[in-house]
Design a binder for this molecule. Structure first.
Ligand SMILES: Nc1ncnc2c1ncn2[C@@H]1O[C@H](COP(=O)(O)OP(=O)(O)OP(=O)(O)O)[C@@H](O)[C@H]1O
Length: 326
């Protein structure tokens, strides 16, 4: 592990919400959007931050940029307290919100980038170098003279990502960077993120509803629900926690009643084909050996659990949050 660049210790955000409770009465209610979250991210890591709608992901990112001040706990990004020194932090971080653009609607991309350069006072040579690299890797060349309003969603997103990187941030927050994009644009964005992470050692924190983003980009994933951290670890570990199952798809020589093998559930029968589920954490070898020894087999294959199913089970289930580290 390298040095720690993002550090949260018991971070909370409580919103005071007023709502009507009858004709004349207003009720005050507190929403604990982030409820005591602790984690650290070492420099250079690319981490997925996922959870169902309203889990507290955007609120966390807003605190990490300094837009929102935590109600409790301790938060540091590159050694800086974001809400106290938001401007100083802004030079060190890049932010992309998939749902809205930071570009100037009426200006061509090229002019937007000039404004970014002035805002961050990016030195000329560095700006040229960074822009050339982004234009090359994100295929922005033909788009530079086009006003932002005329860009497709995928083009605009690529434009936004470039804008976030022109001042060489050490940390990049991406909130739903692939939302609404077509397959080709998604692939391009992912490839780009992989490149900047690998070549520049940029730390990336990514929220997404598209689990392919996580599978392709992140070795580590954090799952948040109701403002609490429910899981922090590798994707494989998520399968263990989510009690996911692998499936042995077996073609027998003839139709058989559902086979009974210890540790295995027959989940489907279709003619001579049967689907046998067993825990994803177990080895397939003994299951295959027993089925093959007892029944006349023609063919078999093992299907890995879909990460979507694991996550859905986690979101749906009553789980205890992970223990706080340290
Ligand atoms: N400014 C605010 N005032 C009051 N409540 C808020 C505010 N911002 C967020 N909340 C509430 O805090 C909770 C967490 O919201 P947040 O936007 O962080 O979730 P999210 O995980 O980003 O969800 P989504 O995937 O839908 O974007 C929700 O219950 C939301 O309604």
């Amino acid at each position: 592990m390298g040095d720690v660049i993002i550090e949260l210790d018991g971070v909370e955000k409580v919103f005071d919400v007023r709502r009507r409770a009858g004709l004349f009465r207003r009720e005050r209610k507190q929403v604990r959007a982030v409820d005591g979250i602790s984690f650290t991210v070492p420099r250079g890591e690319m981490v997925g931050y996922i959870g169902p709608n309203g889990a507290g992901k955007s609120t966390t990112i807003k605190m990490l940029t300094g837009i929102l001040t935590p109600s409790g706990g301790r938060l540091r990004v590159a050694g800086i307290d974001p809400s106290r020194e938001r401007t100083r932090l802004a030079r060190r971080i890049g932010v992309v919100f998939g749902q809205r653009t930071t570009l100037w609607w009426d200006l061509p991309l090229r002019d937007s980038y000039q404004l970014v350069r002035r805002m961050y006072r990016v030195e000329d040579a560095r700006f040229k170098k960074n822009l050339a690299r982004c234009v090359d890797l994100l295929d922005l060349g033909p788009l530079l003279e086009v006003p932002v309003r005329q860009l497709s969603l995928g083009q605009r997103m690529r434009g936004d990502i470039a804008a976030a990187l022109l001042h060489d941030p050490e940390v990049l927050y991406l909130d739903e960077p692939t939302i609404g994009l077509d397959v080709v644009s998604k692939a391009k964005v992912r490839e780009f993120l992989q490149t900047v992470n690998a070549e520049q050692g940029m730390t990336v924190l990514l929220t997404t509803h598209d689990l392919t983003d996580i599978e392709q980009l992140c070795k580590r994933v954090m799952v948040i629900d109701h403002g609490k951290l429910m899981y922090d670890g590798g994707l494989e570990g998520l399968h263990a926690v989510g009690e996911s199952e692998r499936t042995l798809v077996v073609d027998f020589e003839r139709e058989l009643p559902p086979v009974a093998v210890a540790g295995v559930r027959c989940v489907r029968v279709d003619g001579p084909r049967q689907w046998l589920a067993f825990p994803a954490t177990a080895s397939a070898a003994p299951v295959v050996a027993e089925v093959a020894a007892r029944f006349p087999l023609v063919d078999l294959s093992v299907r890995e659990p879909a990460i979507e199913e694991v996550i859905a089970r986690m979101y749906g289930g009553e789980r205890l949050p992970v223990a706080r580290q340290g």
